[in-house]
Design a protein around this ligand. Structure first.
Ligand code: SF4
Length: 402
């Protein structure tokens, strides 16, 4: 397979943030050599050989914990197996406290041209409550250091729907983010995940979660503030200056194949999704013993495919092709202000072509208030389509696990 998109999972974090349930390895000192050796062993298994990559994304965890030389060596190892195209988007996720002139110089020399900065908030008390390792001032400092080093394509992450008791001003955080002139902003609505410090605080009543109304209010405030500032709200959680959408994430949202390496990384070949063992120590052990690192796989059934087509289409501004006989289902959404019907040609302009796109004269796009109901609306339409498909095709095989 000639894959055009590569995800590399770098699991290390200095400590676990209060809300985080990601697959990470908490280390005070990052075992860069051990990680690089294992990554090279996984690359030697050939998943990338012969590929030309349009996007490379180092995510985590905290890839910037690898430092300048570690990131350089990751990209050099990838180049031993694949070509990174001249105009590739090469992104690294970084925490503000890892950004310094020396590291940025190595990242740029290695081909990094986009940084997704884990800023989360500019409120000092909120950052402390989240167990972030950086303070508010370090965010601006990191942005200026990246620009000075030659990286202008900077995305900022922000978290909304924090508990009211923190008294964080969401409006102020949005303004301070805009003041730094990022090209891209990603939003995360705080949710309480099991096995996190946040879940333990919630269980013992130490925090009162924000209401549904405050979640909706902050999401809509972000939409208004960001679009007024000239950003395109191109995906439910993402805003970009014109032409600065995340090419890597857009590939996921259009159903394109991708390869993932590293612990917990997922790969997709257009039919089957596979995922690696999530624990760092187990990933290391299996590679050292010559064992497979794949812990599971799922071949998309017609029902899965239908749900993905609907969900991925509706989460983006691109929208979803709609058949004439679905209009009666959609009209109440339009009347409620949750959706718009667009002519097909117009709606295809914002994102690359999808394997899901079908010829149709019109498409459906959710509005911001529709995006607040994304799961329910997608389930409704996908359920309708799946019932139609199942009736036409008969039963389909279920998931297959390795
Ligand atoms: S830095 Fe990111 S991956 Fe690491 S603990 Fe915090 S939220 Fe999780």
């Amino acid at each position: 397979m000639s894959s055009r998109h590569l995800y590399v999972h770098v699991p290390f974090c200095a400590r676990r943030c209060s809300y985080c349930d990601f697959s990470i390895a908490v280390r005070s000192s990052t075992p860069v050599d051990e990680y690089l050796n294992a990554l090279r062993q996984e690359l030697n298994r050939g998943a990338l050989d012969g590929s030309t990559l349009d996007t490379v994304y180092l995510g985590g965890g905290t890839p910037s914990r690898l430092g300048g030389l570690g990131v350089r060596d990751v990209l050099a190892s990838i180049r031993g197996h694949a070509t990174i195209s001249d105009n590739a988007e090469v992104t690294i996720e970084a925490n503000p406290d890892d950004v310094n002139d020396m590291a940025v110089a190595h990242w740029v020399a290695a081909g990094v041209n986009r940084v997704s900065l884990g800023s989360q908030s500019f409120d000092q008390a909120a950052l402390k409550w989240m167990h972030r390792t950086h303070d508010s001032a370090q965010i601006g400092h990191a942005v200026r250091t990246l620009r000075r080093g030659g990286i202008d394509n900077i995305s900022l992450d922000l978290i909304f729907a924090l508990p009211a008791q923190l008294k964080r001003s969401w409006e102020s955080d949005l303004v301070r983010a805009l003041d730094l002139e990022p090209t891209h902003v990603s939003l995360y609505g705080l949710t309480v995940e099991a096995q996190t410090p946040l879940a333990r605080w919630a269980d013992r009543g130490a925090i009162v979660q924000g209401t549904e109304e405050s979640y909706e209010e902050e999401f809509l405030t972000a939409h208004e503030t960001m679009t007024e500032a000239g950003f395109e709200h191109y995906e439910v959680s993402n805003f970009a200056r014109i032409g600065m959408t995340s090419r890597h994430n857009s590939a996921y949202w259009t159903g394109a194949p991708y390869v993932g390496i590293g612990p917990s990384a997922h790969s997709f070949d257009g039919v089957t999704r596979r995922w690696n063992v999530s624990a760092y120590s187990e990933w290391i052990r299996r590679l050292a013993n010559g064992e497979s690192v794949i812990s599971g796989a799922e071949s998309l059934t017609d029902e899965n495919r239908t749900f993905e087509e609907v969900y991925l289409g509706l989460r983006t501004k691109r929208g979803l092709a709609i058949a004439e006989d679905e209009m009666s289902r959609i009209r109440p959404w339009v009347s409620a202000g949750w959706a718009l019907i667009k002519e097909r040609e117009e709606s295809q302009a914002a994102l690359p072509a999808s394997r899901f796109l079908l010829p149709a004269s019109r498409s459906l796009r959710l509005t911001p208030t529709g995006w607040l109901r994304l799961d329910g609306l997608a389930a409704d339409l996908a359920g309708h389509r799946a019932r139609s498909t199942t009736a036409a095709l008969g039963p389909t095989p279920s998931h297959c696990y390795i």
